[in-house]
Design a protein around this ligand. Sequence first.
Ligand code: SF4
Length: 254
Amino acid sequence: MGDNRSNVVRLVGRAIGDFDLIKDGDSILVAVSGGKDSYTLLDALETLRRKAPVKYGIMAVHIDTGAPGMKSDLVESYLKQHGYAYRIEHTRILQVALKNNKGKKLLCSICSRLRRGLLYSLASKLGCNKIALGHNMDDLIETLLMNIFFNGQIKSMPAVSVSDKYRVTVIRPLIYVKAQSALDYASSLEAPLIDPECPVSMRPQLTNRQKVRKIIAELEKGHPFIKDSIFASLTHINADYMLDKLLREDKLND
Ligand code: SF4
């Protein structure tokens, strides 16, 4: 295994340990979109599964959103070739999202909500108590800045969260892995990366995420460790210097 791959597997193992993401007997649905992060996540979890003292199962699930160029057959061939237990779900989620969206800007949030709902119901149908998503460190940083810039909130994505409604726990084992490392890892697997032609990705104007990504890339030229610093800020929140009354009250009540 190359240096990058061992390093990514080590970081995934660290996230699992830090946030207690996987327990003995877990059955984990791994969402495989066909993007770099999903292949990296799947392979890293499988690599750890083979040597971990904790016993857990993996079920790869790919949702074909109905977007042109989805190429789910390539994803399926990869999963079959590597001996994964898998399920391919063909849907028309994108068409439903487009219909409900009526030209507004919220297409991605409708589409993601529909996909998330389907993942939850598939998890319970397939007997999985956990869903692993491939959000990486860059995703967390971008989400944090997007929420600050456009939503007036300081929040990112949790490493672990529980849906009481669906009785399923969502985990994000790639939180310590940078996007470039995930891409290098997926390339080393020779996994078929797919890039569906969604109307959002075809738009000429930048999405808010792309705008934030551009700002970070620009700043990174002069400050190579800027991503590490933004990410570290998520673990060092000083309530005394924030204006959130609830946060301050919590602190006073401790
Ligand atoms: S880019 Fe397209 S496929 Fe992806 S979440 Fe947005 S609408 Fe859905």
